[in-house]
Every structure is written in C-alpha cells, then in structure tokens.
Design a protein around this ligand. Structure first.
Ligand SMILES: CC(C)(COP(=O)(O)OP(=O)(O)OC[C@H]1O[C@@H](n2cnc3c(N)ncnc32)[C@H](O)[C@@H]1OP(=O)(O)O)[C@@H](O)C(=O)NCCC(=O)NCCS
Length: 93
C-alpha cells in the first residue's frame, strides 16, 4: 500500500503576482484567504518557501500566522554562482 496518506494533511502555498499589479493588495487578499481555503479543503498544515531577502513577503506570511521552522542557506544557485537562502514556513490550521 502507498504511503501517501501520511502527507495528505499538508498543502503547499505560493503566490506570484505579475509585477505591474504589485502594491494593490492582491498578494494580501490571496494570503488572507489561504488559511480558510486550505481548512475547507481538509488540510491541517500549509507550508511555503520564500527567499530570505523577500522581507515584505515574509512579513505578509507572518501576519496570517505562518512561522519559520528552518532555513536552507544553499537553496538556489544563480547562474553567477551566488547562493540564495530560503526560509521554510508553516501554518498549522
Ligand atoms: C510578494 C508578492 C506576492 C506581493 O504581492 P502584492 O500584490 O504586491 O502584495 P500587496 O499589494 O497585497 O502587499 C502585501 C504587503 O506587502 C507590503 N508591500 C507591498 N509592496 C511592498 C514593497 N515594495 N516594499 C515593502 N512592502 C511592500 C504592503 O504594504 C502589504 O502590507 P499590508 O497588507 O500589511 O499593507 C509579490 O510582490 C510577488 O508576486 N512577488 C514575486 C514572487 C514572490 O516573491 N512570491 C512570494 C514568495 S513565494
């Protein structure tokens, strides 16, 4: 038997708003809707990954209850050989 039931409670969250629409409250509206939406869908935990430099996104996620549970300092490697750190966050529903 498969083991998929073990991770069925976990949802992944990610948003990407087209740049010309930034700063109009779209990201806030989507993030605010996330907990209720995931709860209704039967999930118990929502998880996300965000680049640590993206402080406005991190504070947006914290404002709806996401908490940091770890960091991956070498999550991304750019074409120019630069590492980018990623913050791992979770929200318990
Ligand atoms: C992060 C992102 C989703 C925000 O979307 P948005 O529609 O511009 O967000 P909003 O207009 O709802 O603003 C969200 C909050 O960030 C703040 N904010 C927005 N632009 C900002 C800026 N340039 N500098 C600082 N804070 C900023 C706002 O004040 C707002 O806070 P508030 O709701 O408490 O007032 C968007 O910038 C994006 O898609 N970025 C690229 C992809 C990405 O980074 N995704 C998230 C990582 S997984």
């Amino acid at each position: 038997m498969g083991q998929k039931y073990k991770v069925r409670h976990r949802a992944k969250f990610g948003i990407n708003v087209e740049k010309r629409f930034w700063g109009r409250g779209i990201g806030r509206a989507l993030t605010n809707a996330c907990p209720e939406c995931a709860r209704k869908a039967g999930y118990k935990q929502v998880e996300l990954e965000v680049v640590s430099e993206n402080t406005s996104a991190i504070s947006l996620y914290k404002s709806v209850g996401f908490i940091e549970y770890g960091r991956n300092p070498k999550a991304f490697l750019s074409r120019h050989g630069m590492w980018q750190e990623v913050v791992l966050m979770r929200l318990e529903l």
